[in-house]
Write a new protein. Structure first.
Lengths: 751, 160, 272
């Protein structure tokens, strides 16, 4: 029986459970003995000119190895992009937390002591704390530019959407708030010279991309850099490649010749690691009173933070995916991406697609309320029917496969939707303090959208053991278990004899790594293809050894043996064949480039209770379909859904990065940034659904971000639904108790 | 100052800075790096160890305060024969970890929870783990892991 | 996340603690469970040069029935308060509230004395001490003295303790009225209260409604005059001065004070 699709516990676990993982700050390698500890001096102000840096007191402190500033960096070439981001701030700082200097100390504890002694003179400039201020253009982040707009774009009909024939039009401006990714392991990096090579250990999702980024930034031939990703304690997109803080640390090793190591504190992480989301959205949705939506327009203003790391790209994804699961006759979207004096924004679980789903799913509920119809019914009327795939939306995305209406029905069925509506009606009738809210989403998202392919190498040695070198780079996803399953299925080598290697540029020189939910469909397919080549190599060698025709040979995957069909006595094991093949055994490389991205989809139903006196919303049930095509290992897929759902719920109810009017962060510790805990969540109810894709041989789409994309709008819609009978039409995320209370008051006052 | 702390049954003595946090004593002096540090406001619980059998956040205890006391870390959970603690078994069986960074602290919190409440309800497990943040799992399987440990293990068993 | 350097001193007796504190002067701070002080030191908001560890003064950890009142040693941990059978019987408000402080790990270290001496209006136990009409016993160089809880909390993180004085006991009269309730409103279970209300009989204290924990005098007067829970609770925000911060606006805090007081009074009545 094939192992594909079966529940297999993780091979990663034993080590993690008994000894703990080895994350970057855990490394105790000979190369790092005596490494200097790096502490980063960061800007405490949002926008200022640097008029002087005095490092003398810090340099003189006992234990200080070096104090480095931008003055020690090679001069930037003339005429570069004025909005380019430096490694260390030179003459100006643009966000609280921006790196200004590095302090290298012998002891770990000396770092903060020495950093306090670095004296920086700041000449304050007016701050641009958010989108509204950025759009006025009164203060520009980059001298010589005309405004704070870093990029613009459109999709579909752009801003010229045809609303003709609409009996009903609803327009609203909503917030998709800035979030902090909060991987439990903060950013960390270590670097040491061995001979003329720099070895870098980085908490990264992409060792190979990191190498390229470091090489380019510090002027070192990539061939002289080795990047290793040790165990990585969560990434969620925020640890793609490396950012300027980590590159600066690597540069410090090059500049001083000293081995170095760095790990940031959580307070630094909450202002120094990239943030996610951060959009102001205005939607306009129009249609007829029977529930048919005819036109949809979305205007997006994307907060990029102080530099365009990924802000423009995220907004591009949002406008591309703006139409969601719906077949709209007319749709268009446009964006402006603006610079603000805040932490730069980049990928965070969903990266541009949660924003699109949140807008359209809110708009659909808004439209349903306007025409007085059940939101499930309005969705049924408008989703793309199953026979229209591949389907190109009005905003230009071509979806491979989908069963949107079926997903919604299954979730509503599993939740017991009619009974829940009846309970809601009873509570409304009684005027209960605690009201029930039902919120749904039907969503689609784009995975492996980068279209850059992935690599794999499979080796079988003389003992019959296999090693998989994968371009993918797990940071919790369980790839080692999954890829071993693939190889066992393809070659019949048992999982216990399969080792998976990732995240080392010496072992895997060419790869993209993990983000955008690409790994199984691209990396996994590459593994299967490489294994397939190994299989054919083995067939040739076995044919020679058995002196039979290749066509007469079969691989018995249940036993991992090659034999002449019908003649078990002829059986040879993988070890024997690999040994015969040569000193390097059997080995094959593969690179899989998909012809297109894939489009997972699903439906979520959230059941919340809202205490109408305090405004506090509690999620009591959350039922989902998250369909990512053929599932390799349900254990892993469910785990990804759970984690994704939790982060999406957190956006709807709790989490938000906030700044004061001067650009000072207000949520720079985990006391103030309300990262969600177990007490705010129920157990989730997952419904299985597999609609394969033809885009790759595994039939697989990406599951990693789907849960997040579907959950946020469902929970927000549920909170609003709980108090809609009181006249509330919208509440911005996060729907904190005070916001709900204020919305109830406002609605009551308006009546 | 000089401190002597029993870590997983082994005496560890060292001359340390007065301000040395127990978390760093465990990681740097005792050389046990399973216990992780995830925040600086006593919020995340990744650093949770047992101090005289009770869960504490080792980032908010000075090594000096633990001087002369017993500390148990994740590395000390399994039996001398290598047999996994019921909590470890539960975490594996229920896929209660993904990246693993919060896991040692989470398991130690669970061990302490079960020592005080051997048969918790789901709600009691969630409240009992309120001091531990996980970003990967959404807690769903962590709760299942702890309930499995309560059901299938001997929760009052002392870690060695 | 690393405290500034300091010198660590360990006290073996209360006398020794007082001597070490006198020696350190204004550079010294007592260290009990450390879960109010160490977090501040790790962010370098507090930079004492000398820490006097009183955590091993076992003689200050006790819960005793003393005939008309319960005597609690200042070093009694929240965990021990939560699980005390004596408190469950005599002072369930305190046992319950202690079980809501922070999280289990914090409760294994934090002490009632540390919490009360820290004097944070956003903490739970100072308000509970007020609601229970506690007497705080402090030892100083010139001997012992008793301070009523109503006189103890002077200002923002400021108590009646003189420099070097050590809180040794919290003495709580056995309540005449048995009804009690503790309403702690948070967004997440581990958060400090946005607003909290502690009720014991006709005594009502508020968490995080100003720079000090306070009794809701208006509510108590209304109750004494015979008002029902909702009518009495309407006075909950009188005389308060709640901040507007990340957690809530002033208006919302005032509203919560009224709502939570209504619920607390109703729950207390049901327990009578």
């Amino acid at each position: 029986m094939s192992i594909m699709g079966t529940r297999v516990l993780r091979t990663e676990d034993p080590r993690l459970i008994t000894q703990g993982g080895v994350y970057t700050d855990d490394l105790r390698l000979p190369e790092l003995t005596g490494a200097a500890y790096v502490t980063i001096v960061r800007s405490p102000v949002a926008h200022a000119l640097i008029t002087g840096i005095d490092t003398s007191a810090a340099t003189e402190m006992p234990g200080v190895v070096a104090v480095l500033t931008s003055a020690d960096l090679p001069a930037a070439p003339e005429g570069g992009d004025p909005t380019a981001e430096p490694l260390l701030a030179a003459d100006r700082v643009r966000y609280v937390g921006e790196p200004v200097a590095l302090v290298l100390t012998e002891g770990r504890y000396q770092g903060e002591d020495a950093a306090e002694l670095v004296s920086v003179d700041y000449d304050l400039l007016p701050a641009v704390p958010g989108i509204e201020a950025a759009l006025t253009g009164e203060t520009l982040l980059f001298p010589g530019t005309e405004n704070n707009i870093l990029g613009t774009g459109t999709a579909g009909e752009g801003d010229d959407v045809n609303f003709g024939g609409c009996e009903v039009v609803v327009e609203r401006t909503v917030v998709n708030q800035r979030l902090a990714p909060v991987p439990l392991e903060p950013r960390a990096m270590a670097a040491a010279w061995t001979g003329d090579r720099l070895t870098v250990w980085s908490s990264t999702q992409n060792a190979q991309l990191a190498r390229g980024a470091i090489a380019g930034a510090i002027g070192l031939d990539p061939a002289l850099i080795r990047v290793i990703a040790p165990d990585v304690g969560g990434g969620f997109g925020a640890k793609v490649a490396v950012d300027r803080d980590a590159i600066a640390v690597a540069w410090a090793a090059k500049h001083t010749g000293h081995a170095v190591r760095w790990i940031e504190t959580r307070s630094e992480n909450l202002v120094g690691m990239v943030h996610g989301r951060g959009q102001r959205q205005t939607y306009k949705i129009g249609g007829t009173r029977d529930g048919r939506v005819l036109a949809y327009h979305l205007d997006v203003v994307q907060d990029c933070g102080a530099f365009n790391r990924l802000g423009v790209f995220l907004a591009q994804l949002t406008v591309l995916m703006a139409a969601g699961v719906y077949d709209f006759a007319h749709a268009g979207a446009s964006f402006r991406a603006v610079a603000t004096n805040a932490t730069p924004i980049a990928a965070y679980r969903g990266a541009g697609r949660p924003e699109a789903a949140a807008a359209i799913e809110r708009a659909m509920d808004d439209f349903a309320a306007e025409v007085g119809m059940d939101p499930a019914e309005v969705r049924r009327i408008n989703v793309v029917p199953p026979d229209k795939f591949p389907f190109t939306t009005a905003t230009g995305a071509t979806y491979d496969t989908g069963e949107y209406a079926a997903g919604l029905e299954r979730v509503l069925g599993a939740a017991g939707y009619p009974a829940l509506r009846a309970e809601q009606a009873r509570r409304r009738e009684r005027g209960d303090t605690v009201q029930l809210g039902l919120g749904m989403s039907v969503y689609v998202e784009i995975t492996a959208g980068d279209m850059s392919g992935e690599t794999a190498r499979v080796v079988v040695d003389g003992t019959g053991a296999a090693t998989v070198f994968t371009g993918s780079s797990a940071h919790g996803q369980g790839h080692h278990t999954a890829w071993a399953m693939l190889v066992q299925d393809e070659l019949g080598i048992p999982m216990e004899s399969i080792t998976v290697v990732h995240g080392d540029t010496d072992a895997i020189p060419e790869a993209i790594g993990t983000f955008g939910s690409r790994s199984l469909q691209l990396g996994g397919t590459a593994v299967v293809q490489a294994a397939g080549v190994v299989k054919e190599q083995a067939r040739r060698v076995a044919a020679e050894m058995i002196e039979a025709a290749e066509a007469d040979l079969e691989l018995d995957t249940a036993h991992g043996t090659w034999q002449v069909r019908g003649d078990p006595a002829s059986a040879l094991g993988w070890g024997q064949i690999a040994e015969r093949a040569g000193p390097d055994g059997l080995a094959a490389d593969a690179r899989f480039d998909a012809s297109a991205p894939t489009f997972p989809f699903g439906a979520h139903l959230a059941v919340v209770e809202v205490d109408t006196e305090t405004g506090k919303a509690t999620l009591v049930r959350h039922v989902t379909v998250d369909d990512a095509g053929r599932i390799l290992n349900p254990v892993l897929a469910e785990g990804q859904r759970h984690g994704g759902i939790a982060q999406g719920v957190a956006q709807a109810l709790l989490e938000e990065v906030r700044y004061d009017p001067d650009g000072n962060p207000l949520t720079s510790t985990l006391v103030d940034y309300a990262a969600i805990t177990a007490t705010e969540l129920p157990s989730f109810e997952l419904v299985a659904s597999e609609t394969p894709t033809p885009i790759n041989p595994l039939g697989a789409k990406g599951i990693g971000e789907a849960g997040t994309i579907g959950s946020t709008p469902a929970v927000l819609n549920a909170v609003i639904d709980a108090v809609s009978h009181l006249g509330v039409r919208h509440i911005d995320m996060p729907a904190t108790p005070e916001k709900v209370w204020a919305a109830i008051n406002e609605a009551r006052a308006a009546r | 100052m000089k401190v002597a702390i029993s870590v997983n049954g082994r005496q560890v003595e060292a001359e340390v800075e007065d301000r040395l946090l127990l978390a760093h004593f465990v990681r740097e002096v005792a050389g046990l790096t399973a216990t992780n540090i995830g925040c600086d406001t006593t919020s995340c619980g990744a650093c949770t160890v047992l101090l005289d059998g009770e869960s504490v956040k080792s980032c908010t205890v000075l090594a000096a305060q633990a001087d002369g006391h017993e500390v148990t870390t994740c590395e000390g959970l399994a039996g001398a024969d290598g047999q996994w603690h019921a909590v470890q078994q539960g975490f594996h069986a229920e896929h209660g970890l993904q990246c693993g960074f919060c896991t040692p602290g989470m398991m130690m919190a669970a061990v302490s929870l079960l020592a005080e409440n051997p048969n918790p309800t789901e709600e009691e497990v969630r409240t009992g783990l309120e001091g531990n943040i996980c970003r990967c799992t959404g807690y769903h399987n962590i709760v299942r892991a702890v309930l499995a440990a309560a059901r299938d293990g001997q929760p009052a068993q002392e870690a060695s | 996340m690393i405290p500034a350097p300091f010198s660590y001193r360990r006290a073996g007796t209360v006398e020794e603690a007082l001597d070490l504190a006198a020696e350190a002067g204004e550079d010294g701070k007592y260290l009990a469970g450390g879960h109010s002080l160490l977090p501040l030191m790790k962010l370098r908001f507090a930079v004492p040069e000398v820490l006097i560890d009183i955590g091993r003064l076992a003689e200050l950890s006790y819960i005793r029935d003393e005939d008309g009142h319960i005597a609690i040693g200042a070093l009694t941990r929240h965990h021990d308060l939560e699980y005390s059978a004596l408190l469950a019987a005599e002072l369930p408000l305190l046992a319950h509230a202690a079980g809501r402080v922070g999280d289990p790990q914090v409760r294994h270290r934090g002490t009632i004395g540390g919490s009360v001496a820290h004097g944070d209006a956003a903490s739970d136990l100072p308000a509970v001490a007020l609601a229970l009409d506690a007497t705080l016993v402090a030892r100083g160089p010139s001997g012992s003295r008793e301070i009523a809880a109503t006189e103890f909390f002077r200002g923002l993180f400021e108590t009646a303790l003189e420099p070097g004085e050590l809180l040794t006991e919290i003495r709580i009269p056995k309540p005449a009225q048995r009804g009690w309730s503790f309403q702690k409103f948070t967004k997440r279970a581990i958060d400090w209260a946005i607003v909290g209300v502690a009720v014991q009989g006709g005594q009502v204290a508020l968490v995080n409604m100003g720079s000090v924990p306070m009794r809701a005098a208006g509510v108590e007067q209304a109750l004494a005059a015979g008002a029902g829970p909702a009518d009495a609770a309407a006075h909950a925000a009188e005389g308060t001065n709640p901040v507007a911060d990340l957690g809530a606006s002033t208006a919302y805090r005032e509203h919560l004070a009224r709502v939570l007081t209504t619920r607390a009074l109703a729950e207390a009545a049901s327990r009578n």
